[in-house]
Structure formats: structure tokens, C-alpha cells
Design a protein around this ligand. Structure first.
Ligand SMILES: Nc1nc(=O)c2c([nH]1)NC[C@@H]1CN(c3ccc(C(=O)N[C@@H](CCC(=O)O)C(=O)O)cc3)C=[N+]21
Length: 279
């Protein structure tokens, strides 16, 4: 039997706590506020932005979507991030990916004040995380850990394998697992014999962006698989990086897509905003 580790109930619990904390802060005259900077027409990003705005509105967090358009320049984006960083009314800033003209998030996000960097995009945030200092991890990486904790998956001394080494998910997720005393391996496109590596995993985190990459040959029967992929399908749906049909019955547990990491990610972005506003 494969347990399905849903994120919808956990997302709900986090949002309820966020609402209560936002109300308490407002009573003290602090109105939690998040700015979402967009410079793309990407569909998956647009969906995420709508989801953030909707969730924020329901939770009593003000959300300003700053759409600079897909023709925005790195200098223009940087100037906007600097302006928001200097605005005392704004507590959290997220810059959406993808970025225009091959601009790198790691580069532009240096303009986000680390205290407001609620999606952990400024390299300083990842550095602090790696050094064991307080920092906001990227919401997606934090959601992986939140799901594992919600379902009481043990991490200390276990083998965790992360497939994907992006700055937004793979690297920070690996650091968070390491901080919980897991033995962590990071696999990527140059890994020789990916399946041999992933079969070693007690906990397998997949964040690559390739639908159906992970199949039954990649997993051990006792594995807990956390699927971070959100790949648009031709019929307008969403598919994970794991082939759910192939894995069902072959692993101990699997997070679904949709309804797994995604809803927890959005909720945690707001929790990070509340934490920033509390300081
Ligand atoms: N700086 C930055 N950080 C991001 O974290 C980031 C980004 N840019 N750009 C866009 C992608 C996309 N992304 C998603 C988050 C949640 C869902 C999500 O909650 N999806 C729902 C379902 C969606 C549906 O049904 O269409 C779910 O998984 O249940 C999806 C996609 C974060 N991204």
C-alpha cells in the first residue's frame, strides 16, 4: 500500500494560523504586506501569483502584485526590488521566475533586503541557511520539510536523495534535510546511473521539472517520495516529476500533484510574510 501524503489539509492548517496571526498583528497596528514582482507571461507563474493573491486576501495579508511586464530589464527589476526593500510598509518580497532575457534570479534577488526575502532568493539567505543562521528558506523547499514533518517521517540518520540542484528548491531542500541530520545526496543531469542512486533513498525529493522522470525502477519499496514537479500537461492539468501510476503500490508513500507540495508552498509564503512583519 502506498500512502498518499496530501498537502491540502496541512495547507489549510497553516493558512488558519496565518489568519489568526495577521489579525493579531493588525490589532497592534502592523498590517502584514507582501509584494509580488512579476516580469513574465509564464502561465505557471501567473497561476501561482493568482493563488498567492487569493490566499493572502482570505488570510488578512495585503498583497500587491507589481507587474513590470515581460519586457522589463534587469535594471528596472532591480530598481523596483530596491524601492520595495526601502518601503517600511512592505514586509515581504517575492520575485517570480522565469525572468526575461535569461536574467538570473540569484543575481537580481541581491536587491531584496534579506529581512524581507520571504522566498529565500537572495544568495545571502541560502548562505545563512547553509551556515545554520536564521533565514527564510524558499517556500517550496520549506514545504517539502513541512510535509515530511506533518506525516512524521523520520529524517535523522536516514538517507535522503534530492534530484535537482536549483537554487530555489534542490539546494535549499538538501540543506534543510542536512540540518535535520539526514544523510543527503544531490543528483542531477550528470549523475551516472540515477536509478542506482535514488534506490538508496529512504526519502526521495524530486525537483527537476520533467514529467514522469521517476518510475518504479528508481525507488526502494520503503521510500517516501516527495514530488515537487509541477509540469503542465497537454490537457490543461498538472503532472509531477514522479510517474504516480508507476510508483503506486511500489513505494511506502508519495505526495500527489496537484494537492501535495503546492498548497503548502503558498501557505508557507504567507507564514514567512507574517514572521517578517512580526519583527
Ligand atoms: N520565485 C519563484 N518562486 C516560486 O516558488 C515559483 C516561481 N518563482 N515561479 C512559478 C513557480 C510555480 N510555483 C507553484 C507553486 C504552487 C503551485 C500549486 O499550488 N499548484 C497546485 C495546483 C495547481 C493547478 O491545479 O493548476 C497544486 O499543486 O495542488 C504551483 C506552482 C511556484 N513557483
Amino acid at each position: 500500500m502506498t500512502a498518499i501524503l496530501s498537502g491540502t489539509e496541512l495547507g489549510r492548517q497553516i493558512r488558519a494560523k496565518v489568519s489568526a496571526e495577521a489579525a493579531a498583528l493588525s490589532e497592534r497596528g502592523v498590517h502584514p504586506r507582501l509584494a509580488v514582482v512579476v516580469a513574465t507571461d509564464d502561465e505557471s507563474s501567473a497561476w501561482y501569483v493568482r493563488s498567492i493573491a487569493k490566499t493572502a486576501a482570505r488570510s488578512g495579508v495585503r498583497c500587491d502584485v507589481v507587474d513590470l511586464g515581460a519586457a522589463a530589464t534587469p535594471a528596472g527589476i532591480t530598481a523596483e526590488l530596491a524601492r520595495l526593500s526601502a518601503d517600511p510598509a512592505v514586509h515581504g518580497i517575492i520575485l517570480q521566475t522565469p525572468l526575461p532575457g535569461g536574467a538570473r534570479l540569484e543575481e537580481l534577488a541581491t536587491a531584496i533586503d534579506p529581512a524581507k526575502d520571504i522566498d529565500g532568493a537572495n544568495p545571502l539567505s541560502l548562505g545563512r541557511l547553509t551556515a545554520g543562521l536564521p533565514a527564510h528558506p524558499p517556500a517550496t523547499a520549506a514545504a517539502v520539510l513541512a510535509l515530511l514533518d506533518h506525516y512524521a517521517v523520520p529524517l535523522a540518520g536516514r538517507r535522503a536523495v534530492v534530484v535537482g540542484r536549483s537554487t530555489v528548491v534542490g539546494k535549499p531542500a538538501a540543506q534543510l534535510l542536512l540540518a535535520r541530520n539526514a544523510t543527503v545526496t544531490i543528483c542531477h543531469r550528470h549523475t551516472a546511473d540515477l536509478a542506482a542512486c535514488t534506490r538508496e533513498a529512504d526519502v526521495l525529493v524530486v525537483a527537476v521539472g520533467r514529467a514522469g522522470l521517476i518510475t518504479a525502477e528508481h525507488v526502494a519499496p520503503h521510500a517516501v517520495v516527495v514530488d515537487v514537479g509541477t509540469n503542465p500537461t497537454t490537457d490543461g492539468g498538472l503532472a509531477g516529476d514522479a510517474d504516480a501510476r508507476s510508483l503506486t503500490g511500489r513505494v511506502a508513500a508519495l505526495t500527489p500533484v496537484p494537492g501535495g507540495v503546492g498548497p503548502v508552498t503558498t501557505a508557507l509564503l504567507l507564514r514567512h510574510t507574517i514572521a517578517a512583519a512580526s519583527r
